[in-house]
Ligand binder design. Structure first.
Ligand code: PMP
Length: 429
């Protein structure tokens, strides 16, 4: 396969004619396909239906210490849920607060509390002239939406195959006290799929922030979301590493069972140092009497222990793996040789991140839409929705059926080809 960039104008025009004809065919097929949403498929949700049976009307809803989970109480979560989620995120149960159904909600609360009340006695951010956050890009749009909502200035940090550009992170964090945090999705990252290298995590733990209230927002949303049983990414546990490096209070770690059990009806948590936990609880006890202990118990009784979660995730993997492989194989067969796009091959998570030629992402997404395939809007994985190179497109393979996905990826490939040819032809003008 010859790279498009080395073709003559005539050859490109010829190729365009062929690709356009295929595109027209798709356009006439009235497709309604969706690769935009990072949601589990129905088959994945079905895996957790047993959870509906573990708490029947005659079940004993007391937890291990005798607490009746049907009643008020237990601000920070029942112990057995802390053990289960602690094992899942490799943290001591004593360092955990179990929350409600959403980790994003916990992240929002964490920023909100820092704005109004500060972090461990420091000046509330709302009283400061400027508050900034570092945002590795591409990243998770909802992280960026939270910081944007609070008027926090966001600074893009390029992502490499090892994680964020740590030279830049170290330099900025140590020199600017208005930088209060960094958003991280360290494992099977949304959307690049990469996992931070050992060196990256070690450098994170050894940061020397100018701001004493600087925190790493470590969103371990995809910690156990492997695609393979034997070929998995490994991530150094950040709390322990920060403690070893003499920075025990520098990290908030977030996680939930959203894409393990039911999104929106899972269990979320934060793990952090005892000092941070104490600070958080001062607010939490005003905010709520306690979260949904019945749901915590339901999760514990269904999964039993970390092995139960692991086995369950392998069932998810059996559904997700063929979808990822289908897309990755087709991209490889159709795009690699043409040199009109790059992507990383993830070993887990929910996304494939396609990097098109500069200036092409919006046009590709729009072409896809016109042919009946919905993609995540171009620019979404960047602060303020602005991709400086207009090149990143997030592909979410989880929700559609294999049959739909087979068609959707073909449409996507044709759109990538068409838009790339147009760009190259334009450059020849
Ligand atoms: N963090 C990341 C990186 C995510 O991709 C998602 C879900 N798309 C969430 C958090 C949301 O998690 P939750 O359902 O626990 O709010």
């Amino acid at each position: 396969m010859e790279p498009y960039a080395s073709m003559s104008k005539e050859e490109l025009l010829e190729e365009r004619k062929k690709v356009k004809a295929v595109y027209k065919e798709y356009q006439n097929s009235e497709l309604h396909l969706d690769m935009s949403r990072g949601k589990p498929s129905t088959a994945q949700l079905d895996l957790s239906m047993g959870m509906m049976d573990v708490l029947s009307s005659d079940a004993d809803l007391r937890c291990e210490d005798g607490t009746d989970c049907r009643n008020y109480g237990v601000l920070d979560g029942i112990h057995e849920a802390k053990v289960l989620l602690g094992d899942m995120i490799e943290c001591n149960p004593d360092n955990i607060i179990i929350y409600g159904n959403s980790s994003l909600n916990v992240m929002y609360d964490t920023i909100s509390r820092s704005m109004t009340h500060g972090v461990m006695g420091s000046t509330p951010w709302c009283k400061l002239d400027k508050v900034k956050f570092l945002c590795p890009v591409p990243g998770y749009d909802r992280h960026f939406a939270i910081t944007e909502h609070f008027g926090i200035e966001m600074i893009n940090i390029p992502m490499h195959s090892t994680g964020p550009d740590m030279d830049m992170v170290e330099q900025l964090v140590s020199s600017d006290a208005s930088i209060k945090g960094i958003w991280c999705t360290p494992k099977y990252s949304n959307p690049t799929g990469i996992t931070y290298s050992d060196e990256t995590v070690r450098r994170f733990a050894r940061l020397k922030p100018a701001a004493p209230d600087f925190r790493i927002y470590w969103d371990n949303a995809y910690g156990v979301h492997h695609l393979y049983d034997m070929d998995q990414d490994n991530l150094i546990e950040i709390l322990a590493e920060c403690k070893r490096a003499g920075n025990p209070d520098m990290v908030y770690k977030f996680a939930s069972t959203s894409k393990i059990s039911f999104p929106g009806s899972g269990v979320a948590c934060i793990a952090t140092s005892l000092n941070n936990l104490e600070d958080i609880k001062k607010q939490l006890k005003v905010q709520t009497i306690g979260h949904d202990k019945v749901n915590e118990l339901r999760h514990v009784r269904f999964f039993q222990d970390i092995h139960g979660i692991y086995e369950h995730m392998m069932k998810h993997a059996d559904i997700m793996r063929p979808k990822f492989e289908l897309i990755l194989n087709r991209l490889d067969e159709e795009i690699t040789g043409l040199e009109i796009g790059k992507w990383y091959t993830p070993k887990g998570g929910y996304f494939i991140c396609f990097e098109a030629l500069e200036g092409c992402a919006k046009k590709i997404v729009s072409r896809c839409k016109k042919a009946g395939v919905q993609m995540t809007p171009a620019g979404a994985p960047f602060p303020y929705g602005k991709d400086p190179h207009d090149s990143v497109i997030r592909i979410a393979p989880s929700y559609p059926s294999m049959e739909d996905l087979r068609m959707a990826v073909e449409v996507f490939i044709v759109c990538v080809k068409l838009v790339s040819i147009d760009k190259l032809l334009e450059e020849m003008e």
